[in-house]
Design a binder for this molecule. Sequence first.
Ligand SMILES: CC(C)(COP(=O)(O)OP(=O)(O)OC[C@H]1O[C@@H](n2cnc3c(N)ncnc32)[C@H](O)[C@@H]1OP(=O)(O)O)[C@@H](O)C(=O)NCCC(=O)NCCS
Length: 150
Amino acid sequence: MLRIRQRVDADISTVVGWIADADALNMFTGPRLVWPLTIDQLAAMTATDAVSAWVMIDDRADVIGHFDLALDEGTARIGRVIVDPSRRGRGYGSALVRLAIEEARALGARALTLNVVADNAPAIATYERAGFQQLPMSDRPDVRTMALTL
Ligand SMILES: CC(C)(COP(=O)(O)OP(=O)(O)OC[C@H]1O[C@@H](n2cnc3c(N)ncnc32)[C@H](O)[C@@H]1OP(=O)(O)O)[C@@H](O)C(=O)NCCC(=O)NCCS
């Protein structure tokens, strides 16, 4: 069974190891960081009380995926979504998003939003499958904002 637990420091290097190149970093965090991603950079992105970072683990306690949730009043934002590259295309991304939705509800959020790079077809498909809808285009054509009412 898949479940989530709070990320611990040792998980950060696992996730950093999944980012193979600049394109992968752009899909993961958007354009704000320059490759290579460091452990300190990823830790810093979630270093406020309003943000909680999570990993999804399997029965063997292997870390399969990662995400974080930033809570702002009634709205949570999901970020840093990633599945271990060697395990993609097997339903783990959809499972991770479902667990993230449950956690956002448990944190008291009434809506969940996210930004995704516009040409990231696997991610957009994963979010749409979970019920997210694309919001009208903003002033940034390279980014899509998606939202789900909880
Ligand atoms: C996005 C990501 C988490 C999806 O994880 P995954 O385990 O491969 O996803 P799943 O196997 O659960 O597939 C989920 C949906 O995405 C679709 N999908 C998966 N890979 C795809 C691809 N390469 N192209 C198009 N659609 C794809 C699947 O078909 C599935 O939709 P369906 O059930 O309607 O067929 C994974 O590709 C990833 O980690 N990407 C790199 C990081 C990233 O881009 N993060 C998003 C930040 S916003």
